[in-house]
Design a protein around this ligand. Structure first.
Ligand code: MLT
Length: 315
């Protein structure tokens, strides 16, 4: 058994089983979604912070949290954590990048089907007894081209699922090289540049982390390059897309539709919600009980390892 009880501050929801397990060995304080001021105060005497994407950990926090040893990111993205400040403060940050990728990829296909077959709109109409089938003519995925920006845990799974729908798959990655091109070609995935992808794809799916290089990656010029009548699906981070430019493209009808699981300023209203060719979900990509259970247990096991002095790695 771990030798000392640590104080673990949990600021985003994690799976119940994991929380229960954690409570047996640690002093757990659950304070969901604290304000920017609250998190600074709460973290002052914490040994561990467990969070997902809902809370920001700024440099200031690491300077003031004297006992903090470990930040457990119960999910993939670390864009909400000042990693440089954490490193300088000697705080270990780990994430669990792979376990929710299947859930995100499945949601991606769900969102795409919702767009292509107008499922959300049809549902809204059917509930109000509007029976206008000719307004709900959609398109099929088979034979269309899926362009995936990013080929990490999520991108690779989206590619596989898209091929199951008989789609041609293009991908673009930050570092192209010949071995990678050949490995992808062996799986029938074509490695192309972003511009070529935007011009050819019927669907563009964003599956990249938010970094200074990907922020605003899809803005007005990129949207203008997209094929007339194409769809955009974003399951990564809202900040990768310029939402105002997207709104314009959707209003003009140059894009047929967009499905967004993530947005800039999540939880606040968006002008996109007035458009029928938009499907919105509230950042639920990783929200399968399967993924959350796996991630929760890995987080607990990693905290326990750290308590015994063992090294902790991303899993
Ligand atoms: C992630 O980065 O894993 C997802 O955005 C889900 C989350 O943890 O909030």
């Amino acid at each position: 058994a771990p030798p000392t009880r640590w104080k673990v501050l949990v600021v985003d929801p994690i799976h119940d089983e994991a929380l229960e397990r954690l409570r047996r060995t640690c002093d757990v304080v659950v304070h969901l979604r604290p304000s920017a001021d609250e998190i600074l105060t709460l973290s002052r005497d914490a040994d561990v912070i467990v969070l997902r994407s809902g809370v920001q950990l700024p440099a200031e926090l690491f300077a003031g949290a004297q006992r903090l040893k470990l930040v457990a990111r119960a999910g993939a993205g670390t864009d909400n954590i000042d990693l440089t400040a954490a490193r300088h403060a000697g705080v270990v940050v780990f994430n669990v990048p792979g376990e929710s990728a299947g859930a995100v990829a499945e949601l991606t296909i769900g969102l795409l089907l919702a767009l292509a077959r107008k499922i959300s709109l049809a549902d809204r109409q059917a509930r109000t007894n509007v029976w206008n089938k000719s307004a709900l003519v959609g398109s099929e995925l088979a034979g269309k081209t899926m362009g995936i920006v990013g080929h990490g845990n999520i991108g690779a799974r989206v590619a596989h699922l898209a091929q199951g729908f008989s789609m041609r798959v293009l991908t673009c990655v930050e570092r192209e090289d010949e071995p990678r091109r050949r490995a992808l070609a062996a799986r029938n995935i074509e490695l192309v540049g972003l511009r070529a992808m935007l011009r050819e794809a019927d669907v563009v799916c964003l599956a990249v982390p938010l970094t200074p290089r990907t922020r605003g990656l899809i803005s007005e010029p990129e949207l203008a390059m997209m094929k007339y009548g194409a769809y955009l699906v974003n399951v990564s981070r809202g900040e990768i897309v310029d939402e105002r430019a997207l709104h314009e493209a959707l209003k003009r009808g140059t894009l047929a539709g967009a499905a967004l699981d993530v947005r800039t300023g999540e939880g606040s209203p968006t002008q996109l919600s007035t458009l029928d060719n938009v499907v919105l979900t509230p950042h639920i990509g990783a929200m399968s009980s399967d993924a959350q259970r796996r991630i929760g247990h890995i987080v607990v096991e990693s905290i326990h390892s750290a308590m015994t002095g063992a090294p902790v790695a991303n899993r």
